[in-house]
Design a protein around this ligand. Structure first.
Ligand code: SF4
Ligand code: SF4
Length: 447
């Protein structure tokens, strides 16, 4: 029987590119590499316009004591500009723009790890992972070295998150099929780092080829098991994964390590392996290019910083006009206003969606008290009550109903017959609760 969690929803899968092998996108003529590619302190640019760079050269870094990791050049060429712009998330980001010379020259610093991983401790492995600029590639972009250090000696179970439960996205599916040795190499390295004696590779049951492949690869391995998960959204959410596999529940504000677990995405594991094998930092990633507007949906290995428009062009362009460009999945992804928005380390997919697909937004939002949002919420919240508190401008009430425990999965809004934009109301509540907390901290510091 497949493992699962309580609540959640069944969404149309639209896995249009699941049979498309990973293709290598040739270097674009120009990349724009953001300094905000991880949770924590943004990287500070350490090159100047006019500098010559090679693949793997550090172009931005973060002080050692801060949370964050370096950013590397993903093509060889010349730094054309250092620029800042406002992005869809509402913040200003700094970019290093590199004009590619098309030569694909590697930086001298890109070298295989010289020693044996068996002799390396958590600090050593985390150091290599930090230098390679590896962040979680499934979406959250938490620096992987920091996750290793926080879980070292505390995690009895390492979980490889291969759920890929959002519609359209197939990049991890293809990584499991085509880079299975790298994924497992990374899992073993991370198990050594955190001291975990056991690992589960958790795959949803809508990916039978990946389950078969990983089961074959792990046939003689007594420490790593493949676990088959029920296809249900949001199966890839860390709390749901832990509950489904161990029955352990995480209270609000707790981390996976508090339940004895640490979770890494499949592509992140492969990136860790590659950092040790040949010293390659995180300068390329596999991106699913899909949506009802794309002529040939594909999975592409692309340099970080490649504009979304170049990926669409490689996929044959559009069969109809896209009304929305989304980085990530349609449930939790971020809509972009710029067709040239660049790929980041956590861009698992770029979707081009038409008005026809998106449907008309409803002008009226009326709760009919059906209770469906409560039944679907995997965090067991009462989403309608939180939304109604926000509508009344009662942010304290929204907090009392547990707004901060919401993981913003969108299950509540998805099936709401009253067309209430529940998640938007909850996001508003969370932002206002955070701002209020920051204001209180700052006035306490001023006293
Ligand atoms: S699903 Fe929509 S209509 Fe039903 S209780 Fe929740 S908010 Fe109200
Ligand atoms: S309230 Fe939050 S966690 Fe619950 S279904 Fe809605 S978005 Fe998901």
């Amino acid at each position: 029987m497949a493992y699962t969690f309580r609540g959640g929803i069944h969404v149309n899968e639209y896995k249009l590119s699941s049979e498309s092998p990973i293709e290598l996108l040739p270097d674009p003529s120009e990349v724009r590499i953001s300094m905000n590619q991880h949770i924590g302190t943004p990287a500070v640019v350490c090159v100047n316009a006019g500098d010559k760079v090679e693949i793997g050269r550090v172009i931005g870094d973060v002080p050692k004591e801060a949370l964050g990791c370096p950013v590397h050049a993903s093509v060889s060429g010349t730094v054309k500009a250092i620029e800042s712009s406002l992005v869809s998330a509402g913040v200003t980001e700094t970019y290093v723009v590199i004009e590619s010379d098309g030569e694909g020259r590697l930086c001298d610093s890109v070298k295989p790890y010289g020693g044996s991983i068996l002799d390396a401790d958590a600090e050593k492995i985390a150091g290599v992972v930090r230098s390679a600029g590896i962040t979680g590639m499934g979406g959250a972009a938490f620096p992987t070295y920091a996750k290793i250090l926080s879980a070292a000696g505390k995690a009895e179970l390492l979980i490889v998150n291969c759920a890929e439960c959002e519609p359209f996205i197939t990049s991890d599916h293809r990584v499991l099929l085509e880079k299975s040795a790298a994924v497992i190499g990374g899992v073993k390295t991370l198990m050594k780092a955190v001291g975990s004696p056991r690992a589960y590779v958790a795959i949803e049951d809508n990916k039978p080829h990946a389950i078969k492949k990983m089961t074959e690869v792990l046939e003689n391995d007594s420490m790593i098991d493949v676990k088959i998960m029920k296809t249900k959204y949001p199966q890839g959410d860390e709390r749901q994964l832990i509950f489904a596999l161990t029955g352990r529940e995480l209270a609000a504000g707790k981390l996976p390590v508090d339940a004895g677990c640490v979770i890494f995405n499949a592509a992140t594991c492969a990136a860790v392996y590659e950092a040790f094998l040949d010293g390659t930092p995180l300068v390329r990633r596999v991106v699913t290019v899909s949506g009802d507007c794309v002529k040939e949906p594909k999975n592409l290995s692309v340099p970080i910083g490649t504009p979304a428009s170049a990926l669409a062009e490689y996929c044959g362009g559009f069969v109809k006009d896209p009304a929305k460009i989304v980085f990530g999945g349609p449930m939790m992804g971020l809509a972009q206003w710029d067709a040239d928005a660049p790929v980041k380390k956590n861009t698992s997919s770029i979707l081009f969606l038409s008005n026809e697909f998106l449907g008309k937004p409803s002008s009226s939002q009326t709760c009919i008290r059906c209770g469906r949002c409560v039944a679907n919420c995997p965090m067991r919240l009462m989403p309608a009550y939180i939304a109604q508190s926000v509508m009344r401008d009662d942010i304290k009430g929204a907090e009392r109903y547990g707004a901060m425990s919401c993981v913003e999965c969108g299950c509540c809004s998805y099936n709401c017959p009253g067309k209430v934009e529940i998640v938007q109301y909850i996001r508003t509540a969370k932002n206002r609760i955070r701002s209020e907390a920051a204001r209180s901290r700052s006035s306490a510091n001023d006293k």
